[in-house]
Design a protein around this ligand. Structure first.
Ligand code: FAD
Length: 480
């Protein structure tokens, strides 16, 4: 059998217990931040026994796909299997990813990545909308619709009328088919809700997975997975932290991360069939940047007048009805906009609660990286808002309380799986080679299988959790 212990190459981990206040769904969940406690009091024998028998699953990535997968595993785990022991490792300091990335200043919150949660509303008039929809099965479409009803009932989401969104291509303003939703507490509140429902036995933020490998087989029953991650470890002096490594053994692993991140992890390519590695290498995302500026509250009336009933202004496009409002002087000179969309956060939140404006850039060209684009974002926002509000740039600067930029090297899908494989396999996640002599599954899931949206992540998360449960049943049936 393999060891289920924790090995760390730093000094002992402090125990930091955080509470998931404001999670919205269910009770608050206790989070282990920064690692497990090696000095925890000895467990009672029954607990040790239970832990020994448990099927240990590691979810890598606490973005939308990861938190959904974790919640689904907890909900669907069969009672006929040994109990689920769920661990979540996330390299960021909170559940975020591209869906939940947020900036907070003085109590005001801004969504920095995704702005709306969108689903297909397949009613009797639009039944075909779900058929073969970019690899998203009807089951996922129905599941997503049910989730949105639940999240609305909990007060986490409110539906937004198409007219209140920017007329950009990715907004999918196809009336009667797509429905869009704001999260008043930020889209991060949806991820926190899923994480609370998943009730992980251990959640470690600031932990980046570096390697995965089969545990060395030590008996007839074979072996499972060993995952190694970098982690901040507290030094002997409380003020010093160092980067250490932790290695832990799991029966199954599910990586809910973008394809380029999966390929960076040593051992992932070895664990997957060659066709799956080809898919991970061939799918493609665009890169872009986002920025937020938190303005002084006295700018609120001007912003309200500018945005009207809408939360978004499309700047670079001249689609019918979009306005294409890139400052006309620059347009006359034939200059191109760095900015794609301006999003006033106040429109999505309680009245007068936020004076934050977020901007998304146009996708980076061949010669600009997301980092370079991020540097241009705040000056470009001042310039655009100055022209639109009729206020000097200096005045906007003087009313700025804080700003932040994010460079998204991996942003939205431009080449999903269906665009790189012919014929398109009927799958929404990638799973490790069949190897009956060894442990549970290693699965890679995420929006690259289908499309960059809530629906895309739901489709992949549902299948990933099914595969892990099926693999666990086979593994346990073999008697480990
Ligand atoms: C600017 C922007 C705007 C968008 N707008 C919308 C929108 O309005 N509506 C919409 O539906 N979608 C939108 N999207 C797309 C949507 O955000 C994504 O499809 C979705 O968030 C993908 O979720 P994911 O969990 O699969 O991946 P991610 O969100 O990328 O999550 C992966 C997680 O894994 C972590 N991770 C990665 N590697 C490791 C590692 N080695 N170890 C540990 N952790 C790791 C990351 O930190 C991250 O938290 C937008 C995306 C961007 C960038």
């Amino acid at each position: 059998m393999y060891s289920k212990g924790l090995h760390s190459s730093g000094s002992s981990f402090p125990r930091l217990l955080g509470s998931a206040a404001g999670f919205g769904l269910g009770a608050a969940v206790a989070l282990w931040l920064g690692g497990r406690d090696e000095e925890a009091p000895a467990q009672r024998p029954a607990e040790v026994d239970r832990e020994e028998k448990a099927h240990r699953v590691l979810v890598v990535g606490a973005g939308l796909t990861g938190t959904l997968t974790a919640a689904q595993l907890r909900k669907e785990w069969p009672s006929s299997l040994p109990p689920l022991h769920l661990t979540v490792w996330e390299r960021a300091t909170y559940p975020a990813g591209r869906f939940g990335a947020a900036a907070v200043h003085g109590g005001a919150l801004a969504d920095m990545g995704a702005q709306v949660l969108s689903i297909v509303d397949v009613d009797d008039d639009h039944r075909d909308a779900g058929n073969g929809g970019h690899g998203i099965p009807l089951r996922a479409i129905d599941f997503a619709k049910g989730e949105v009803s639940r999240l609305k009932a909990c007060g986490l989401l409110v539906e937004v009328d198409d007219a209140h969104l920017g007329a950009t291509e990715e907004r999918m303003l196809w009336s009667g088919i797509w429905k869009h939703h704001y999260a008043q507490g930020g889209l991060v509140s949806v991820l926190r809700a899923y994480l609370a429902e998943a009730k992980p036995d251990a959640t470690c933020f600031g932990r980046r997975v570096l390697r995965v490998a089969r545990c060395p087989a030590t008996g007839d029953a074979g072996s499972a997975w060993q995952a190694t991650a970098s982690a901040k470890v507290q030094g002997a002096s409380t003020s010093s932290t160092a980067q250490g490594e932790v290695t832990e053994a799991f029966d199954s692993v599910v990586m809910c991360i973008p394809a380029p991140d999966a390929l960076c992890i040593d051992g992932v390519s070895d664990a997957l069939p060659a066709t799956s590695v080809n898919i991970l290498s061939a799918v493609g995302y665009d890169s872009r940047a986002s920025a937020v500026v938190f303005f002084h509250a006295d700018l609120q009336p001007s912003l309200r007048a500018l945005f009207g009933d809408s939360s978004e202004i499309a700047l670079d496009l001249d689609l019918e009805g979009s306005g294409g409002r890139w400052p006309s002087e620059r347009r006359k000179k034939g200059e191109e906009s760095e900015l794609h969309l301006l999003i006033w956060q106040g429109q999505k939140r309680a009245p007068n609660s936020s004076c934050a404006v977020v901007a998304h850039s146009v996708p980076c060209g061949d010669r600009t990286s997301a980092e370079e684009q991020a540097h241009l974002m705040v000056p470009a926002m001042y310039e655009a808002l100055s022209a639109l509000l009729g206020l000097p740039v200096e005045e906007l600067r003087s009313r700025t309380l804080a700003s932040k930029t994010i460079a998204w090297a991996v942003s939205q899908m431009i080449r999903p799986m269906e665009a790189v494989v012919d014929p398109v396999p009927d799958i929404a996640c990638l799973e490790s080679d069949e190897d009956a002599a060894k442990g549970g599954k290693l699965v890679v899931a995420g929006d690259f299988m289908t499309q960059s949206s809530f629906l895309g992540c739901v489709g992949s998360a549902l299948q990933a959790s099914d595969v892990i449960i099926r693999g666990a049943a086979e593994y346990e049936a073999r008697g480990r």
